[in-house]
Design a protein around this ligand. Structure first.
Ligand code: SF4
Length: 365
């Protein structure tokens, strides 16, 4: 069992909060054909690493994969299908930005037939929120996206939602969550706004143009999201992820379960044979890396301690939690109020999930 991740590193414009690797495409559309050529080379180059693996999931992420025509995505998928052994029940996810949700795009995608799951960043369900976040779309685009999913029979899709920024009210959070639930959105990822270094938001924060909210504010909004989604029967299966029955992300769940994966494209990471490796983060350097036939920019073999720590980190992110019998030396006495123990599994409670990064790092060896 294994997964493949394809990173499409282009965006129409950069959102103020985003620190994923992507470049603003502008008029350099010739880069798209060069990129496609390189990523296909990379797929050929790496395929032998998984010659004994069956690929269960493929994920086109970014950046903005829907900046590429469906035909180009299909060409990349065909290269994958030719060079890897794909499971019959494969989950193939494509991220589509709401502004790219046109009838033509969905029609072509349905006809191409290789994608059976979609993911998109609605991020907010009010235009003021979208403006604050610097998104390139409107709420009307979000509604059109939903209509198109229904029209073309994409019944497995996910929407991302951002909370915890100063102009977002609890009333708005409640309205958005109720809307998602009434619409029976199969999968919802809810992220608190993080202000990462070297992003336009970090600069705005420095200049006092935006303000960071306190933990109480985040916790109130997170608790509201959680209680509404759970009351509608959503399964909170990972810190930021909620799904209706059978609609969890198989691809992401495999990351949390240590299933090996290969990443293609600039900045993409891979994990196999107890090693982590990654590609160059800059487009030109990535082109150069692949041109030279190098599989990765860097590769590190994980030590026993690395593996132990990763198991703690990934296990505690999930609803299932950590099997205590596998971690006999784990001391969580200092954080007891943030955990519950159920059937021999240690699980973070709601309060704990909210500060999970801190708790988890404190429990590392
Ligand atoms: S959030 Fe998505 S669309 Fe916005 S810059 Fe980041 S990758 Fe691009």
């Amino acid at each position: 069992m294994s997964g493949l991740y394809v990173h499409i590193p282009f965006c129409v414009r950069k959102c103020g909060y985003c620190d994923f690797y992507s470049v603003k495409l502008g008029k350099d559309t010739h880069l798209l054909s060069l990129f496609t050529e390189k990523i296909i080379n990379e797929i050929l180059l790496k395929s032998y690493l998984f010659d004994k693996e069956t690929v269960e999931t493929v994920y086109f992420g970014g950046g903005t994969p829907s900046i590429l025509p469906v035909k180009t995505l299909e060409t990349i998928f065909s290269a994958i299908a030719k060079n890897f052994s794909l499971a019959k029940t494969i989950e193939c996810t494509l991220e589509i930005n709401p502004e790219h949700a046109t009838n033509e795009y969905f029609k072509e995608l349905k006809a191409a037939g290789f994608v059976n799951r979609l993911s998109t960043g609605f991020q907010a369900m009010d235009d003021d929120g979208l403006k604050y976040l610097g998104r390139n779309h409107s709420v009307t685009d979000n509604y059109r996206y939903l209509d198109l999913c229904r029209k073309y029979g994409f019944d497995n899709f996910s929407v991302d939602y951002i909370f915890g920024y100063e102009t977002l009210t609890e009333k708005e959070v409640e309205k958005s969550m109720n809307f998602f639930c009434d619409e029976k959105i199969p999968h919802i990822s809810a992220y608190s706004l993080g202000i990462e270094d070297n992003t336009p938001f970090a600069l705005k924060l420095q200049k006092g143009l935006i303000h960071k909210m306190d933990d109480e504010f985040f916790l109130r909004q997170f608790s509201l999201i959680h209680s509404i989604l759970e009351s509608y029967g959503y399964n909170h299966y990972e810190i930021s992820n909620y799904s209706l029955p059978g609609k969890h992300s198989r691809h992401n769940s495999n990351y949390w379960n240590f299933v090996p994966y290969l990443g293609f494209g600039p900045s993409a990471h891979s994990y196999y044979d107890d090693s982590r490796s990654w590609n160059s983060r800059r487009l030109q350097e990535y082109f150069f890396q692949i041109g030279e036939g190098r599989l990765f920019e860097e590769r590190e073999i994980l030590t026993k301690t690395d593996i132990y720590n990763e198991k703690i980190m990934l296990g505690l992110r999930t609803k299932k939690g950590l099997k205590l019998s596998e971690f006999p030396k784990l001391d969580y006495s200092e954080f007891k109020e943030y955990f519950t123990v159920e059937d021999g599994y240690l699980k973070l409670n709601l309060k704990g999930w909210f500060i999970s990064d801190y708790i988890i790092s404190e429990m590392f060896e």
